[in-house]
Design a protein around this ligand. Sequence first.
Ligand code: 5GP
Ligand code: MN
Length: 346
Amino acid sequence: MHDVTALKELLREPKHVFITTHHKPDADALGSSLGLAGYLRKKGHHVTVVTPSDYPDFLSWMPGNEDVVVYDPRRNDRQVREIIGTAEVLFCLDFSALSRIHELGEYVRQAPGTKVLVDHHEQPEPFADIAFSFPTAAATAELIFEIIRDLGDQALITPAIGECLYAGIMTDTGSFRHPSTSRNVHLIIAELLDAGIDLSSVHRRIYDSHSEERLRFLGFVLKDKLRVLREYNTAYIAITADELKQYHSKTGDTEGLVNFALSIEGIVFAAILIDRVQAVKISFRSVGSFSVSEFSRRHFNGGGHHNAAGGISHEPLEATVQKFLSLLPDYQADLVTAPLAVAPPQ
Ligand code: 5GP
Ligand code: MN
């Protein structure tokens, strides 16, 4: 049970509520935001969800998507400042540092409303008045479910709200295969099924809705761009801005590519480095004891979770790749292949 006393008091009367989540929202970020928004609207609150950037098309099916305000500094800066400045309650979901919401970070920091953090990343920044920060949770959507339940409102979870939350839990657990997939996670899914979610349709809408071009891009990346460094049990992919252009890459098209690198037998550390022109964005993944959040925090101004993290570099792509490669020898002793556990004979 979460201590929801302060939150319950805060939401006793209908309020103007602002919800935001991290830059380039993924399914957990958007699903948590729209799941919470759906619930709060049912409670009579006036809710605006603002994302700091656009997000992949394969998330646009989520109920409430049509009302999301996508922040664009050239187009709606004033409107968004006004929303943030007048919000009585500001929910910050699925991120632990205000830098992850870019320009919105300063606006939120200075906002007079009550700030509520719901998140599962490591090392939260202390900017919130009420914080639900649980790095062991599999997904922020798991926490949103629990908070709604602990507020005594589980009965208000409709299939629409439930499918948003399911999408977040499904994707952040890697379809229920990461070690974060606890008993609690499965019990919550059972509750969501009781609420009427269509689980396989969520799966299809997220994983089986690629464009043909995205699949061709995947083929190119796997054939020509994947590098395997056996001596470090490491695999990585570096993608130039020209290559993104050549394949008409859209937001979301590179998501999940890093997992292919990690799926090679014996590989414990995988990275994808993408030249986004303004900066090189990096995703790290690991299996076992090697902490990519620590690696990313120390060397690439990032962070995240033990086995999944992100970072950023303001050097050119090639220099960033060289920096990454030059670090590996220091970690050779940590990059050991974990033997796959086998259940003991009965
Ligand atoms: P992804 O590689 O899928 O973008 O992110 C992996 C995890 O690390 C996610 O939980 C994401 O929120 C987090 N993450 C991604 N980029 C950054 C970053 O630049 N800084 C921090 N602190 N976390 C990040
Ligand atoms: Mn998450």
